[in-house]
Design a protein around this ligand. Sequence first.
Ligand SMILES: Nc1ncnc2c1ncn2[C@@H]1O[C@H](COP(=O)(O)OP(=O)(O)OP(=O)(O)O)[C@@H](O)[C@H]1O
Length: 266
Amino acid sequence: MTASIPLTQVVPPDQGRPPTTPLVSLRDVCVDRGGRPIINKVTADLARGRITALIGLNGSGKSTLLRAVVGEFPYRGEILFRCGHDHTHPRPDHVGYVPQRLTIDPRLPLTVRDLMGLALKRLPLFFGLGRALNQKIAVLLDQVGVGDLIDVPVDGLSGGQLQRVLLSLALEPQPELLLLDEPASGIDFKSQQSFYDLISDINRRTGVTILLVSHDLTVVSRFADHVLCLRDGVIHCQGHPQQILNPHTLADIFGAEMGLFAHRHD
Ligand SMILES: Nc1ncnc2c1ncn2[C@@H]1O[C@H](COP(=O)(O)OP(=O)(O)OP(=O)(O)O)[C@@H](O)[C@H]1O
């Protein structure tokens, strides 16, 4: 017997943004981990300025694919960036990445300012941050709504606050591609909503292309322009959220019956 999972399919008012050319093209991308194939011949495009969601069961290879795109894992095949920069592999400058979680040793007495300084300066903190860098950190935190947390210890942040700090780091320098790996997992519902509203606002304001891993299909329905479904390291299906988020396809991907409840924004 399959479980029935209620899912709210939110239909945004401007659903169906016009298609754009690909910023990134993946062609026959394969990734092996521990001597076994995890990603197998993935071919997909990430549309410029749009939000693509990557969904699939635990262990289907979503994080592995993201980490290949960010250049962290070696891969075979082609990941082609069409961003006007002279490179075949993404450099950190062009790709922002927000991981699922950051494990900080709670014994480290790091404030948000220290963490940002370490990440941005790439020099030991005992050299000091300097006025310009301090100002930059304040601006970065302000743009994601956590400017008041600059001197708070990192291990005193809530999950949602920490994800915003990590997001601010991923936005400096301004990326062409932003990779978000379940950035709001473990965050309460209200904070999740405002986090994704912020992501959507950044996407529309800056035109950054986003690849988002999420298990929350309501988020996918509401924010994604396109959905890639990964099953056992293979793209099982892809399309517009309304095409993909139907009971038949979801049962195929997740092996569970899901109820869809559509409601419209006015
Ligand atoms: N270093 C490794 N050696 C061997 N197998 C690995 C290694 N790293 C990851 N894997 C395996 O690769 C598969 C895909 O893992 P991955 O984390 O990419 O999946 P995921 O879809 O992101 O899962 P989740 O939704 O749980 O985050 C899993 O079966 C995992 O056990």
